[in-house]
Design a protein around this ligand. Structure first.
Ligand code: MN
Length: 228
């Protein structure tokens, strides 16, 4: 045990459906992985290579907790996403071998300070402060992969105050689950506990204080938070 000079941070974890907790190492996020969302953000969705950004693990918000409206933004957007949790890491993981690295899946929200992200894009600056802020990743229970019959297939939907805001099918992801794992493992050595937010379908939009967000990833689970 190291002789830490300040208290060591706690391990961030996600409650597992059926009991236990999934300890989180890093949070990777894929950009523009549904064609219609890519178009609404002004890009050409012609299967450009996947690209990634990150959020700190302690940006995760679990247990249906309220999400405080973040500082320095007037344009907080929802992005409803399927999340992958890895049980095993490695480099140069083959697509054919990728699925056995997955421990489970969750429904998550890649909450985005769109005004800060757009300003960064315009100036060629990093997205971190648009994406990786405190409480920016509400997430539901982790479902063990063994209980998920058809990962990457089925409804993905978000309701805001009971009205459907985003609705699509996970099979519309441009890069599928094994392709994303394989691609990312060529950029970094993946590790147990890493999460991958797999991108959002179209119709991202702003939320306000008081709004109730309820998302579902069919076959996986739900995510719920109120903006306060
Ligand atoms: Mn996203």
């Amino acid at each position: 045990m190291a002789d830490y000079v300040i208290p060591a941070p706690a391990v961030v974890s996600i409650p597992v459906a059926g009991g236990g907790a999934f300890p989180v190492r890093r949070v990777f996020c894929v950009g523009r992985n549904y064609a219609e969302h890519s178009r609404e953000m002004g890009s050409d969705p012609d299967r450009e290579p996947p690209f990634f950004f990150m959020k700190p693990a302690d940006a995760l918000l679990t247990g249906d907790a309220d999400m405080p409206y973040p500082a320095q933004s007037k344009d907080l957007h929802h992005e409803m996403e399927l999340v992958i949790g890895l049980s095993e890491g490695g480099v140069d993981i083959a697509e054919a071998d990728a699925m056995r690295h997955v421990w489970g899946y969750a429904a998550g929200l890649d909450m985005t300070r769109r005004d800060i992200q757009n300003a960064a894009k315009k100036e060629g600056k990093p997205w971190d402060m648009g994406k990786g802020f405190d409480h920016s990743a509400p997430i539901g229970l982790m479902a063990p992969a063994a209980k998920v019959a058809s990962p990457g297939k089925g409804l993905i939907e978000l309701k805001v105050n009971g009205k459907i805001r985003q609705t699509s099918d996970q099979s519309k992801m441009i890069w599928n689950i094994p392709e994303m794992i394989a691609y990312l493992s060529r950029l970094v050595r993946l590790a147990p506990g890493d999460l991958i937010f797999t991108g959002t379908p179209e119709n991202v939009a702003a939320v306000q204080r008081g709004d109730l967000l309820e998302g579902v990833v069919e076959g996986v689970g739900t995510v719920r938070t109120r903006i306060v």
